[in-house]
Design a protein around this ligand. Structure first.
Ligand SMILES: Nc1nc2c(c(=O)[nH]1)N[C@H]1C(S)=C(S)[C@@H](COP(=O)(O)OP(=O)(O)OC[C@H]3O[C@@H](n4cnc5c(=O)[nH]c(N)nc54)[C@H](O)[C@@H]3O)O[C@H]1N2
Ligand SMILES: Nc1nc2c(c(=O)[nH]1)N[C@H]1C(S)=C(S)[C@@H](COP(=O)(O)OP(=O)(O)OC[C@H]3O[C@@H](n4cnc5c(=O)[nH]c(N)nc54)[C@H](O)[C@@H]3O)O[C@H]1N2
Ligand code: SF4
Ligand SMILES: [Mo]
Length: 881
């Protein structure tokens, strides 16, 4: 049995995984017990990795305007189009838009080609939407983009503050580490700050459900309170920091006392007091922050407001303490190391600094260095819209879905002269808009490194052959660089060579001036590179990593001192109005990843949250005439989406939450990016994805239905979702206007061309009730059920299970259109445990009938929660209910 040691391609936790192939060629994925990030754990997404490696819709060959071409022709065409635009309009008329899901080696080459050879800094990345506020906050406070902490600090802490982080769902393995730490150390306290009550709050001793966007007030209040109550670390502040007095004055101005903070944040004064007391009286505090802080028009200030509190209390650089930005994507951190953002250079050097530009230029021997920062993501797509940027190459990201004001982004791509997209999937909303499509390798095939949230560099190694003509991103970039005439400077034959160059640049003329230094690896042999153990940068001369930064009280600013930043809190730019009375918050669900290109093809992962939804307070739903399970229209001046209604008291009144995941490939109109205004932080350029304002109203559906098919079909109706089931796709459909002819409608949806003789149907035109099934040979190929009332449609489970069978028995065939078997089986309800496929109803029943008291009891009885543990918070909620 062959085992490959590699790294999970999903989130920034960066868990080590072992991939095994058995004698029948079947792959299985297990956690790597030796990897310091996960120490033998994996979440539901990592556990299901083997299910998503065989993608049914791969982009396998280069295409120009839909025609398959050779690699030579594709690379030459990209080079020619880019070159002719550059010759006529200058280098700033072209751009790359890349991703924290590229490997460091790919990222390095993309950045080098654009900034050092094309001579523009118009390369930006989806990290702009993700980490750029944290990057800017780190740079302002520490002089360099540095995350001081280690994962072990979570275990050593006595207080963990989670701000704007739903770690239970988004960093599940770190959440499990915190759960375990709390179990072994009952003195460990957890505070969760989030307008929503998420699963993460289940771990918290205190949940502060503050008014959306008011975090800077809270942390300014804390700063002021720490100073007034004798919690300043005077020695550290005097020796190792600057700017405390001004920051304190600003804090006092905006958040003078607990009452004011409570009022502005809409919190109970006693809760604010409790948080301040906890922070003040606990020595070892880690403050974890994520998108609830970053994705804001004042995200950089919010980051600094919380870093200020760690500086004032001296809680940084020591075990169990520090501000800790959890990164989102698997290589968000690696992208920052190579300078993938438009306002960075490479190796943590500054593009605005002429000496740094000169240093990199000499190292690269580049003919034409970018002279200033390039366009940040939102501005970049606006420049494409206005025609200033005429060619764009998108790699490993889906901007037509994930950028704010996504309709305008689509208009921009439609107008753009030359859209090149490198992706591994043939159909995404962005790939569909490309003139030139370049097939990329993906996880399991590609080779290189990633860096996780605590600066640990880990290897990704291939265990699958390249499918079709797909190539790794650095190879594609190298070939285009060669076709542009830069072959001498891009001689790479392997990821290993690129990595060594990256390591060499990190130490070039460094001598301790830059923290990011992995120079000890510049001579790594290919075998050493392949066997590289997970290591935290920076490295010492012997290649030993660094667990924690700033232990010596030295920072990377000009003065060597950390900087306090004065923060004047600003509220989100969209303000509730009579027309748009709700704040729209967006984010993630447990088992889906971004725009569903990977998790959307896994039945197991699709079962947990299968449809796009809005979560809202039940009283708001009642007031707006909305019903649980009904469909809502959410709209503002930018657009409209239609999603399912879920009511929950975890949502504060006046706020809505919609997941970011659904694209046009999986839904009729549920892409929430349509509703997010292109409002950004003035420093970081990060969009405010958490605070749009909208109105919500019922969508009046006059018909409902579902269809199940072996092939992926086009959806139909004003509302639809495509959900992967084993051996089939299930579609939920609703529309405002019933079809005039349902049999014709059905044939249009289910048949490739014309009719099909092997077809059974039932039709009651007066009641708009229609049911049909289509067979190919003995197999059920597809079925469709339509009714005027959703409640009259049968349960889907039995029908879905028929697609897993080889054939259909006469009894099954005769009960097919009834939608249920003659003898009813058990309905297990919504999937809670994705590993063992255990449903909510089964769990509730077992709790009630067998008197289960703990999550361990549930595990013993049903296995639920005993593998990856991602569902443990939900099991605890079911027990509490
Ligand atoms: N399952 C899953 N995991 C993922 C991903 C995924 O797609 N799916 N993506 C990865 C990526 S790229 C990222 S960036 C991370 C993101 O990880 P997180 O940042 O943890 O996730 P989000 O759901 O985007 O947002 C976090 C929380 O911010 C809260 N929030 C909204 N407004 C405010 C506010 O004003 N103040 C505060 N304090 N909180 C607020 C939201 O209610 C939400 O619960 O997840 C990573 N992990
Ligand atoms: N409303 C709202 N919008 C958001 C957010 C939010 O919270 N709310 N979060 C933002 C954040 S934090 C992020 S990180 C973004 C994420 O948003 P995106 O980056 O747009 O989302 P993904 O679906 O991860 O897109 C990755 C693409 O890369 C492809 N791919 C996978 N592997 C490879 C490879 O090796 N090479 C190449 N070339 N392609 C590959 C996949 O098929 C997929 O099409 O969304 C942002 N947008
Ligand atoms: S926490 Fe889950 S998704 Fe994130 S790296 Fe680990 S296994 Fe992968
Ligand atoms: Mo992200």
């Amino acid at each position: 049995m062959h085992v490959t040691k590699t790294t999970c391609p999903y989130c920034g936790v960066g868990c080590g995984v072992l991939v095994q192939q058995d004698d029948n060629g079947i792959f299985s994925v297990k956690p790597d017990k030796e990897h310091p990030a996960n120490l033998g754990r994996l979440c539901s997404k990592g556990t299901a990795l083997a299910e998503t490696i065989d993608h049914p819709d791969r982009l396998l060959y280069p295409e120009i305007n839909g025609q398959q071409v050779s690699w030579d022709e594709a690379a030459q065409t990209v080079a020619n189009r880019f070159r002719s635009i550059i010759e006529e309009h200058g280098p700033d008329a072209v751009a790359f838009y890349v991703s924290g899901q590229l490997l460091t080696e790919d990222y390095y080459v993309a950045n080098k080609l654009m900034k050092g050879f094309i001579g523009s800094a118009n390369i930006d990345t989806n990290s702009r939407l993700c980490m750029s506020s944290a990057v800017a906050a780190h740079k302002r406070a520490f002089g360099e983009d540095l995350v001081p902490c280690s994962y072990e600090d979570l275990e050593q802490a006595e207080l963990i503050v989670l701000v704007g982080s739903n770690a239970a769902w988004c960093h599940p393995v770190l959440y499990q580490r915190m759960v375990k730490a709390k179990k072994y150390n009952p003195l460990l306290k957890v505070v969760n700050i989030d307008p929503r009550r998420t699963q993460t709050a289940d771990l918290a001793d205190l949940h502060l459900g503050l008014a959306p966007g008011t975090d800077a007030v809270l942390f300014n209040g804390l700063l002021n309170w720490l100073a007034e109550n004798g919690y300043s670390a005077d020695g550290f502040v005097a020796q190792s920091t600057q700017g405390a007095a001004n920051a304190l004055a600003a804090a006092k101005q905006s958040a003078p006392d607990i009452q004011t903070v409570a009022k502005l944040c809409n919190l109970a004064a006693e809760d604010v007091n409790r948080f301040f007391q906890l922070f003040g009286s606990t020595k070892k505090v880690v403050t974890v922050f994520s998108q609830g802080i970053n994705q804001s028009s004042s995200g950089v200030d919010k980051g600094n407001a919380l870093i200020n509190c760690h500086l004032l209390s001296g809680r940084i650089g020591k075990p169990g303490m520090g501000p800790f930005s959890f990164t989102g994507q698997p290589n968000a951190m690696g992208g920052r190391e190579v300078g993938g953002l438009a306002n960075q250079l490479a190796a943590h050097l500054d593009i605005d600094n002429p000496q740094h530009r000169d240093l990199v230029q000499r190292f690269w021997q580049s003919p034409r260095m970018a002279a200033q920062a390039g366009l940040k993501a939102v501005d970049l797509f606006e420049a494409i819209h206005t025609g200033k940027v005429k060619a764009v190459w998108v790699m490993a990201t889906n901007p037509a879905v994930s950028l704010p004001d996504s309709s305008r982004v689509r208009e921009a791509l439609e107008k753009c002269e030359c859209v090149v997209v490198s992706d591994c999937v043939r159909h995404t909303d962005t790939v569909d808009m490309a003139h030139i499509r370049l097939p990329a390798l993906t996880w399991g095939e590609r080779n290189g490194t990633v860096t996780n949230s605590d600066r640990t560099i880990s290897r990704q190694l291939p265990f699958l052959p390249a499918p079709g003509a797909a190539r790794q991103d650095w190879e594609i970039l190298r070939d285009v660089a060669h076709a542009m005439g830069f072959s001498t400077y891009f001689p790479y034959q392997s990821a290993h060579e690129i990595f060594r160059e990256h390591a060499a640049l990190s130490t070039f003329e460094n001598s301790g001036s830059r923290c990011f230094d992995i120079g000890a690896w510049q001579q790594l042999s290919a075998a050493e590179y392949d066997a590289l153990p997970p290591t935290q940068w920076p490295l010492d001369a012997d290649g030993k990593g660094t667990q924690r930064l700033f232990a010596d009280g030295r920072f990377f600013t000009a003065s060597g001192k950390a900087q306090f930043i004065s923060v004047e809190p600003r509220l989100p730019q969209s303000v509730r109005s009579a027309g748009y009375p709700f704040v729209l918050n967006t984010g993630r669900v447990r088992d889906h990843w971004h725009t569903l290109t990977r998790t959307g093809i896994s039945p197991r992962l699709s079962a947990h949250s299968s449809e796009p939804y809005v979560e809202m307070h039940p009283c708001d739903a009642r007031d707006q005439g909305l019903q649980e399970g009904g469909i809502a229209r959410i709209h503002n001046a930018l657009g409209e989406i239609r999603v399912r209604v879920k009511t929950s008291r975890n949502q504060q009144r006046g706020s809505l939450f919609v997941p970011m995941h659904w694209s046009d490939q999986f839904s009729a109109s549920a892409g929430v990016g349509q509703l997010i205004p292109a409002v950004t932080d003035p420093i970081s350029g990060q969009p405010e994805a958490k605070h749009a304002t909208v109105a919500i109203a019922p969508f009046t559906a006059r018909w409902h239905g579902f269809m199940i098919s072996r092939r992926k079909l086009k959806g139909e109706g004003d509302y639809f979702t495509a959900i992967k089931a084993p051996q089939a796709w299930r579609y939920e459909l609703s529309g405002s206007e019933p079809a005039t002819n349902w049999p014709q409608f059905a044939r249009g949806l289910l048949c490739e061309s014309g009719g099909d003789p092997n077809w059974i149907e039932y039709h009651d035109p007066a009641r708009h009730t229609y049911r049909a099934a289509r067979f190919v040979g003995e197999q059920l190929e597809s079925c469709l059920f339509i009714s005027t009332s959703a409640g009259l449609l049968p349960e889907r489970e039995w029908l879905v299970s028929l697609f897993e069978q080889e054939g259909i028995s006469p009894a099954e065939r005769s009960s097919l259109l009834a939608g249920k078997p003659l003898v009813a089986g058990e309905d297990k309800g919504r999937t809670i445990c994705a590993c063992f496929n255990v449903g909510e109803k089964t769990i509730r029943k077992a709790i009630a009938e067998q008197g289960l008291k703990t999550v361990e009891d549930i595990g013993g009885c049903l296995q639920a929660g005993t593998n990856c543990g991602s569902c443990l918070p939900e099991l605890a909620t079911l027990l509490a209910k």
